[in-house]
Design a protein around this ligand. Structure first.
Ligand SMILES: Nc1ncnc2c1ncn2[C@@H]1O[C@H](COP(=O)(O)OP(=O)(O)OP(=O)(O)O)[C@@H](O)[C@H]1O
Length: 277
């Protein structure tokens, strides 16, 4: 699966009083077994791009694409049955907010066990042990207690880690991580990045890493898509991000505070209407 995911001419629009608003415009890219970052300011269409790939766009939206295929499967015409076989075991998305991913009426442990058992025929005991080990791996200090807890009994940070454990244990071929480490403290953030990195390196997973943190993306990812107002304005190797060509990318980079830089005022981003052309 050199190019496990192919996205061509993807558009997402929402209805509004003034007509449809296009929040993802003609987005085209491919993904292999690599770490692809998507950066851009809030509202630039990063999450809606990820959701459209997984068929998780809100019902009010319209999605069109010239091509949207995963492992040769045309996702534009996938049946409910095909989606069931893909979402979870083969392609998964970790959202910003655990509320949307954890089932409120099922214990955390049972959800993680089910995610693991969906990918093969593990015994209950094996699945339980793996689930507890995964909770430990995302630095949950009391994994046995969290295993038995319901999502509402966990703090926000714990809930997010439990959700990450649930997505990772399935070892999907494609994982879309949407601002997944933003709310975590630095040590847990590093642990989660290490786990993601291991899955890409050892299991050949394809990772789409959505983030507004340019520094993190440039050090963690292989390639970066820069989005502005729904469009991909630049695609660049992460190591070359510092020499980005597009004025919007340069603007984003210039807005980063420097720890050792002078303490002058931070630059603000100016936008050129021509970028929308
Ligand atoms: N349900 C919805 N109805 C109408 N517009 C929506 C809906 N969901 C998202 N949008 C709009 O789509 C645009 C793109 O949103 P998206 O969440 O993809 O941005 P983003 O780049 O991921 O930003 P953030 O970093 O803040 O999550 C935004 O302008 C947002 O207001």
């Amino acid at each position: 699966m050199t190019n496990m995911l192919q996205v061509e001419g993807l558009n997402v629009s929402f209805p509004s009083r003034d007509g449809p608003v296009r929040v993802v415009r003609d987005v085209t890219f491919t993904l292999g077994r690599e770490r692809l970052g998507i950066v851009g300011e809030s509202g630039s269409g990063k999450s809606q791009t990820g959701r459209a790939i997984l068929g998780l766009t809100p019902a009010s939206a319209t999605v069109t694409a010239d091509k949207l295929s995963f492992d040769g499967i045309d996702l534009r015409h996938a049946s409910a049955k095909t989606w069931r076989s893909l979402r979870g075991p083969r392609m998964s998305m970790i959202m910003q907010d655990p509320k949307y991913s954890l089932n409120p009426v099922m214990t955390v442990g049972r959800q993680i066990v089910e995610a693991y058992r969906r990918r093969g025929d593990a015994t209950r005991t094996d699945a339980r042990n793996r689930a507890v080990a995964m909770l430990e791996a995302v630095q949950i200090r009391d994994p046995e207690r969290v295993f038995e807890a319901y999502p509402h009994e966990l703090s926000g940070g714990m809930g997010q880690r439990a959700m990450i454990a649930m997505m990772l244990i399935a070892e999907p071929d494609l994982l879309i991580a949407d601002e997944v480490t933003s709310a975590l403290d630095v040590t847990v953030q590093l642990d989660v990045l290490r786990i993601l990195d291991g899955l890409v390196r050892d299991r050949g997973m394809g990772l789409i890493f959505i983030s507004h943190d340019l520094r993190l993306v440039s050090s963690f990812c292989d390639r970066v898509l820069v989005m502005y107002a729904g469009r991909v304005v630049e695609e660049i190797a992460a190591r070359d991000l510092h020499s980005a060509q597009h004025p919007y990318t340069q603007g984003l980079l210039n807005c980063l505070p420097q720890i050792d830089g002078d303490s002058g005022p931070l630059q603000t981003l100016t936008r050129d209407p021509a970028w929308l052309a």
